[in-house]
Write a protein that binds this ligand. Structure first.
Ligand code: SF4
Length: 242
């Protein structure tokens, strides 16, 4: 099948920004904005939770997180425990044998960087967002999605936008990003389309409605383009319904 990327001229940056805001408006009307924040974790807890959720169903990563908290009431106890005990506590998530030592490595690294001071990551509230993200992304296994999730989803509530696989797929089909731009690289490109003065709620809404759309309409295998409110401006959808 001929793909839209084969035929559509590339959008100019100003056109992409306009399209991103048009999509935001349409999807907010469809799914309802503002979207209630789903988490109220402190930033360190959000970091651990995000790492557990990697390639894991929500209910399983939630159970792993709850078990870990029940077994070890503090993050210091997780850091200093035998790895096998941490692995057993997080067994509901995928690859607990890899995630347990990784969690402990991260907790040790954070403790070293905090040099004996409090290690709750609350200080990230005072750093410029690029610096806060860079601080987090220097931790082993932490990429742009996790750094943005820590800043946005935690009690820090800072306007950094994560891009998950649903968000990425919808954005790619709309040609907000090019066909070869991966999830990690998409973070910068998609964030650049948003007004710089947007607050955390607006950025959160943007991410959430893209994600909802990927879950409820723009499916991976058979997107429901016929009932999609974005069809008029979606090259991928247009190529499927013609
Ligand atoms: S028109 Fe189809 S491909 Fe485009 S966003 Fe909607 S569901 Fe996805």
């Amino acid at each position: 099948m001929k793909t839209p990327a084969d035929s559509s001229p590339e959008l100019l940056p100003v056109e992409r920004r306009e399209l991103a805001l048009w999509v935001h408006g349409r999807l907010c009307a469809e799914y309802g904005c503002p979207v209630a924040f789903f988490a109220t974790k402190d930033p360190l807890s959000e970091l651990i939770s995000s790492l557990l959720s990697h390639r894991t169903r929500n209910q399983d990563s939630h159970r792993a997180y709850q078990q870990l908290r029940a077994r070890f009431p503090t993050w210091e106890e997780v850091r200093d425990a035998p790895a096998a005990e941490v692995e057993a506590a997080i067994s509901p998530c995928t690859w607990p044998e890899q995630k347990a030592p990784r969690l402990q490595q991260i907790l040790r690294e954070i403790a070293a960087r905090c040099a004996g001071g409090p290690c709750d990551l609350a200080f990230l509230a005072d750093l410029p967002i690029p610096e806060a993200r860079a601080w987090l992304e220097q931790l082993p296994g932490v990429g742009p999605k996790t750094s943005a999730a820590v800043l946005l989803f935690s009690t820090l509530r800072r306007p950094a936008m994560p891009v998950d696989s649903h968000h990425h797929r919808v954005a790619q089909r709309l040609e907000l990003i090019g066909p070869k731009v991966g999830e990690a690289a998409a973070h910068k490109q998609l964030a650049a389309l948003l007004p710089p003065d947007w607050d955390a709620q607006q950025v959160y809404d943007h991410h959430e409605v893209f994600m909802f759309h990927g879950q409820k309409c723009c499916y991976f295998h058979t997107p429901a383009c016929g009932r999609c409110p974005l069809l008029a401006r979606c090259p991928f959808g247009q190529s499927r319904v013609q």
